[in-house]
Ligand binder design. Structure first.
Ligand code: BGP
Length: 465
C-alpha cells in the first residue's frame, strides 16, 4: 500500500458538454446545430437512433445535478456554452432564455463551491453557419470571436476558467477526413483549412479575453494521443510516429502553447500544395496570443509503424499516407469503445509538456472509460458496481502523481463524465459517468460506486492503493 497525496487545491471534478447534456425544452429558443440537423436527416447513423434532444436533461435538472456533483466530490466542473443556444443563428441577437439558464447554472455551481470551467466550442457548429461552410469559411472565425466576446462579457465576472475549444482536431478528423462528424467529407485540403481557422479563432478569442482584463485564465482543451512507434530503434517507424504526432497533436498543441506550427506539418502542407488561405497578420495573431492553461484529454495512445500498406488514392491525400496504425500484441483494450488502455500515456504526455512546452500550467480535463450495458452491474440497491472504472481512474491517477513528483505543473483531474451522457454517433451506447442516467425512467440519476469512491479521493485529496 502506498499513499498518493495531491497538492492542496487540486481540481477534482468532471467534464461534459452542452450538446451532450442539456437537451431541449419548449420555447428554449435554441437554434439548430449540426448535431440536431444530422440526427433529423440521418437518424440511422446514431446508435439505437437516439438523438441529442433526449440527453440527460441538464436544462431542467441542473439543480439536482449540481447536488449530485457535490455528493461525488466535485470542486470544479467543466461544461460548455452551446453556441446555438446563445446565438440561435450563430450571430445576431442573443437568446435571453439561454443567458438566464447559463446565469443560473454558474450561480448554482458557485453557491455550491464548484468552480465552473467553461468551453466555448465543443463540436457544436450552429447550423446557419455550417450552411455557409462552418469552419471552412473565414466568416465563422469572426462570428466565433463575437460569440466568445459576448460570453466573456456576460459571464466573465463569475467564470474564471475559459477554454476556446474542446479537442479541435476532432472536427477536422470527423468532419473532413474520417466522416464521423457532419459534414462527413473526405477532403484533406478542407481539413487543413478548418484546422487553421480553428487555431486562428482560438488565438483571436484569447486576444479579446486578455484585452478585457478580466481576472481569469483562458486555455484550450486538447486530446493528446502520444504516438508510439512500433520500434523506437527503427528510423522509419520513428518517422511515421513523428508525422502522426504532427498531424494529430502538434497541429494544435504547438500553436496553442508556442504560437507556431510544427515543421513537419508545414512541410506536408507545402508539399501537397495545401497551404491554407490566410490574411497577412494571421500568423502574428497566432504567435502573439497563446494560452494560459492547457486542458489535456487522454483516453488512448496511438501506435504507428512505417507505411507498409498501399496508399489509397481514392479520396486524395490523407494523413494515413504517412504511417500505418500498429496493433501492439498483448495490448489492453476497452472492448466497448475499441480503445487501448495504456495508463502510462498520461505520464508521458505530462512529461512532454514539462520538457517541451515550458511546463505550462495544465490539468487532465478528460479521462474515462465508456462501458456498454452497465445495467449488468446494478446491485440490489440500484447502484452500478463499476469497480473497473475505479481501477481505471486509480491506475491513471498513479501516473499523474508520478508526473507531479517529477515536477509536472498538473493542477487537477477531471473525469469524463459526471452523468452518463449522449456521445455523438454512439449516443447512449457506452456509459462514462460517475452517475447513471436511466432513460426509461425520465433520466433518473443514481450515483455509481465510482462516484462515492471519487468523493473520498477528493475529500482526502488522494488515496491509498
Ligand atoms: C471526447 C469528447 C467528449 C466525449 C468523449 C468520449 O473525445 O470530448 O465529447 O464524447 O470523448 O468519447 P465518445 O463519446 O466518442 O465515446
Amino acid at each position: 500500500m502506498k499513499t498518493y497525496n495531491f497538492p492542496e487545491n487540486f481540481w477534482w471534478g468532471s467534464a461534459a458538454s452542452g450538446t451532450q447534456t442539456e437537451g431541449r425544452l419548449p420555447n428554449d429558443g435554441k437554434g439548430e446545430n449540426i448535431w440536431d440537423y444530422w440526427y433529423e436527416t440521418n437518424p440511422e447513423l446514431f446508435f439505437n437512433q437516439v438523438g441529442p434532444g433526449k440527453t440527460s436533461q441538464f436544462l431542467s435538472k441542473y439543480e439536482e445535478d449540481i447536488q449530485l456533483m457535490k455528493k461525488t466530490g466535485h470542486n470544479s466542473f467543466r461544461t460548455g456554452i452551446q453556441w446555438s443556444r446563445l446565438f440561435p443563428k450563430g450571430t445576431g441577437e442573443v437568446n435571453q432564455v439561454a443567458v438566464n439558464f447559463y446565469n443560473k447554472v454558474f450561480d448554482e455551481l458557485l453557491a455550491n463551491d464548484i468552480e465552473p470551467f467553461i468551453t466555448l466550442y465543443h463540436f457544436d457548429m450552429p447550423l446557419e453557419l455550417q450552411k455557409k461552410g462552418g469552419w471552412l469559411n473565414r466568416e465563422t472565425v469572426d462570428a466565433y470571436v463575437a460569440y466568445a466576446k459576448t460570453c466573456f462579457e456576460l459571464f466573465g465576472d463569475r467564470v474564471k476558467k475559459w477554454f476556446t475549444h474542446n479537442e479541435p482536431i476532432v472536427p477536422v478528423e470527423g468532419g473532413y477526413l474520417y466522416q464521423f462528424h457532419y459534414p462527413a467529407e473526405v477532403n484533406m485540403k478542407h481539413a487543413v483549412q478548418v484546422g487553421f481557422h480553428e487555431n486562428l479563432a482560438s488565438a483571436k478569442a484569447i486576444a479579446v479575453y486578455h484585452g478585457l482584463k478580466l481576472d481569469g485564465e483562458i486555455g484550450i482543451v486538447l486530446n493528446l494521443t502520444p504516438s508510439y512507434p512500433r520500434d523506437e530503434n527503427n528510423p522509419e517507424d520513428l518517422k511515421a510516429s513523428q508525422y502522426a504526432d504532427a498531424f494529430f497533436n502538434r497541429s494544435f498543441l504547438d500553436p496553442a502553447v508556442k504560437g507556431t506550427f510544427p515543421p513537419k506539418l508545414i512541410e506536408v502542407v507545402k508539399e501537397l500544395n495545401m497551404v491554407p488561405e490566410m490574411e497577412a497578420d494571421d500568423l502574428d495573431v497566432i504567435k502573439n496570443n497563446t494560452i494560459d492553461l492547457l486542458g489535456i484529454n487522454y483516453y488512448q495512445p496511438r501506435r504507428v509503424k512505417a507505411k507498409e500498406s498501399a496508399i489509397d488514392h481514392t479520396n486524395g491525400p490523407m494523413p494515413d499516407d504517412y504511417f500505418d496504425n500498429y496493433e501492439m500484441p498483448g495490448r489492453k483494450m476497452n472492448p466497448y469503445r475499441g480503445w487501448e488502455i495504456y495508463e502510462k500515456g498520461i505520464y508521458d504526455i505530462l512529461i512532454n509538456v514539462r520538457d517541451n512546452y515550458g511546463n505550462i500550467r495544465c490539468y487532465i480535463s478528460e479521462n474515462g472509460m465508456g462501458v456498454e450495458n452497465e445495467e449488468r452491474f446494478i446491485d440490489a440497491k440500484g447502484e452500478v458496481q463499476d469497480d473497473y472504472r475505479i481501477e481505471f481512474v486509480t491506475d491513471h491517477l498513479k501516473f499523474v502523481h508520478q508526473a507531479l513528483e517529477e515536477g509536472s505543473n498538473v493542477q487537477g483531474y477531471h473525469m469524463w463524465t459526471c452523468m452518463d451522457n449522449w456521445s455523438w454517433l454512439n449516443a447512449y451506447k457506452n456509459r462514462y459517468g460517475f452517475i447513471s442516467v436511466d432513460l426509461a425512467q425520465d433520466g433518473k440519476r443514481t450515483i455509481k460506486k465510482s462516484g462515492y469512491w471519487f468523493k473520498q479521493v477528493s475529500d482526502n485529496n488522494g488515496f491509498e492503493a
